[in-house]
Ligand binder design. Sequence first.
Ligand SMILES: [Zn+2]
Length: 275
Amino acid sequence: MALRDIADNAAVAAQLSAVIRSGKVVHAFLLAGGSPDGRLRLGNEFAKALLCESGGGDSCGKCLSCVKFDDGNAEDLIRISLREGRKSILTEQIEELQGRLLYKPYGRKYVVLIEDAGLMNEASQNKLLKSLEEPAGATVMILLAQGTDSLLPTVVSRCSTYHLQGGAGAGSEAREAAVALLREVLAGAPYYRKKQAVAALIERGRTDAGQVCAEFTDAFEEALRDELVRVHGTPKAAETGDRLLEAAAACAEARKQIMQGQSAAYSVKQLCLRI
Ligand SMILES: [Zn+2]
């Protein structure tokens, strides 16, 4: 894959490609908005294109750098993301990054990809600001964030910002998961298939649990209600009515658990077990 293959944000991908081609690459980019998947895909492809040795404005897929990137072995790519079990990006992660930037890159430059830039707390952002203000050597930073609200204005002002398309992000994701889960419920599918239907949501739920899972329980409840209305008065009502009502009760229970601070991933899994 390359920037030219990005379908959901083709215009931004083309702009980023043009920036590389022009040779006027700034030190920091902020890719904001869009869906989490779309944002990460674009961030990855941009990083790969920046590191590519072909100089064509996009990744060639053939040079040593591209091959290593695809194998997950790109020496000059520094990826920063949320650590397991943490709710924010730690200042020590930024300190480690800054320590590493003191050394020369393997190739021409470092590319730093901060996957959850919006989850940096204020201390982490202030620390990062130093690197944004006085970049060490040839370093390009790519910050990915759902929006610019969670970032300090001083951080945003140091970045060249691109706003991504891709719908309502979490909202549409929650709806997709709700529809997928309803389909499995109606098919009488076993637990593992129901869990599969919400797998992406559970993964996301680990980072921004409350909002995503609240949206999901709303969307699932709505999907159940629509289905109840749809089957009402038809021969199917007897067959599926009870199952739908049970699912609605389990959904209400899951929402209550999340509101009470229970892990969102756990609550959604429990919901899948009970329906
Ligand atoms: Zn290449």
